[in-house]
Design a protein around this ligand. Structure first.
Ligand SMILES: Cc1ncc(C[n+]2csc(CCOP(=O)(O)OP(=O)(O)O)c2C)c(N)n1
Length: 380
């Protein structure tokens, strides 16, 4: 419900006789300074959440749901294998796995126009690249630091990049990808190429100042950007409720007139449907949308995190009751898709991931001379 001061402002804007109204004479006594612009588009701030609430799940065909299942399973198996290679010492440096969050990248990415739209994310980036359809072999080879990796083996887990796919990283600085996303969105608008940028960031990153500077500019300039908070419950070892005053992240754009959407990030069909609504709004030139994708990471923050800040039972419960892949599998079976077909998909994915791992282990490392390439965009 609108607060009293807001309705007074609306009355003033609509030309109501404020001088003679008893309500308003007491109002001006309370509020001696000029009221701000009336929030005539308050409805717009709520409208996407309302549209989402009215129709939460995408009506996927069987084939579409099978594709989502396959993509999520590819991410899961790929990440499991990456974890093993890390344990064997074949992957060095930091490595942040995406296991549990697969429905977010797959649901959103599937709604994008890969020929136009751009994506930028944090260091937890392998899943987004796979959802984009980037070859698992070059992603795995990047993880093992080989020349055939997508960043020639010089970036590793956190710094993957593909101009061809309009995938702009992979960023190790928490929150830094958000203003970069606004820059990408600015470029879409400036070039009039019809593209939208999707900038993913975590619940921890959502407490960064640069995020709100970005909200302000993106809203002011009506940039075509979807700001996606992947709320996986923890920022390293800090639970959301311990580090965030406002834990409903989708509301955080309200002060900047950015509509929010609160989405179940463990249900790929809900993610996809919400993405459609958000994209439609942004593509029409209305400016940014803030989506909160409620999800969960099963593994530690990175490979070196034993995750002692949460109970085994908590993780177990999420796995058993909310797993996005299991959810999709059950739905496929309920639709009458034969279990054999799902088993074949699983087999094919295991083979694909094994091949990616072989490729990554057997490719050569970059030449020493590569140390001096790709450092600057241009020569000085
Ligand atoms: C500016 C900055 N501060 C701190 C860090 C260390 N750090 C790396 S990840 C992380 C937690 C971020 O959590 P969240 O944004 O929720 O993303 P998640 O890891 O859960 O995907 C922190 C504090 C960093 N990399 N950059």
């Amino acid at each position: 419900m609108a607060k009293p001061a807001r309705s007074r402002a609306a009355a003033a804007k609509s030309g109501a006789d404020t001088e003679n109204s008893a309500e308003n004479s007491s109002a001006s006594a309370e509020t001696p300074f000029a009221l701000a612009e009336p929030p005539e588009n308050d409805f717009a701030l709520r409208s996407l959440q309302e549209a989402h609430g009215a129709d939460r799940r995408y009506k996927a065909s069987d084939e579409e749901l099978l594709t989502f299942y396959e993509q999520m399973l590819l991410i899961r198996r790929f990440e499991e294998r990456a974890g093993q290679l890390y344990g064997l010492g074949l992957i060095g440096g930091f490595c942040h796995l995406y296991i549990g969050q697969e429905a977010v990248a797959v649901g959103l990415q599937s709604a994008l126009d890969n020929g136009k739209d751009s994506v930028v994310t944090s260091y937890r980036d392998h899943g987004h690249m796979l959802a984009y359809g980037i070859d698992p072999r070059v992603i795995m080879a990047e993880l093992t630091g080989r020349h055939s990796g997508i960043s020639k083996g010089k970036g590793g887990s956190m710094h993957m990049f593909s101009v061809d796919h309009r995938f702009y990283g992979g960023h190790g600085i928490v929150g830094a990808q958000v203003p970069i996303g606004a820059g990408l969105a600015f470029a879409h608008k400036y070039r009039k190429d019809g593209g939208v940028c999707v900038a993913y960031f975590g619940d921890g990153a959502a407490n960064q100042g640069q995020v709100y500077e970005t909200f302000n500019m993106a809203s002011l300039w009506k940039l075509p950007i979807i700001l996606v908070v992947e709320n996986n419950g923890y920022a390293m070892g800090t639970a959301v409720r311990r580090g965030s005053a406002e834990t409903e992240f989708y509301r955080r754009g309200t002060a900047f007139r950015i509509p929010g959407m609160d989405v179940d990030g463990m249900d790929v069909l809900e993610v996809r449907q919400a993405a459609e609504i958000a994209l439609d709004f942004v593509r029409k030139g209305n400016g940014p949308v803030l989506m909160e994708l409620n999800t969960y990471r099963y593994r530690g923050h990175s490979m070196s995190d034993p995750a002692k800040y949460r109970s085994r039972e908590e993780v177990q419960e999420m796995r058993e009751k909310h797993d996005p892949i299991e959810g999709a599998r059950k739905e496929l079976i309920a639709r009458g898709i034969p279990e054999d077909r799902l088993r074949d998909i699983d087999k094919a994915i295991r083979a694909q991931v094994a091949e990616a791992a072989d490729f990554a282990e057997n490719s050569p490392e970059p030449e020493l001379a590569e140390l001096y390439t790709d450092v600057l965009v241009e020569r000085y």
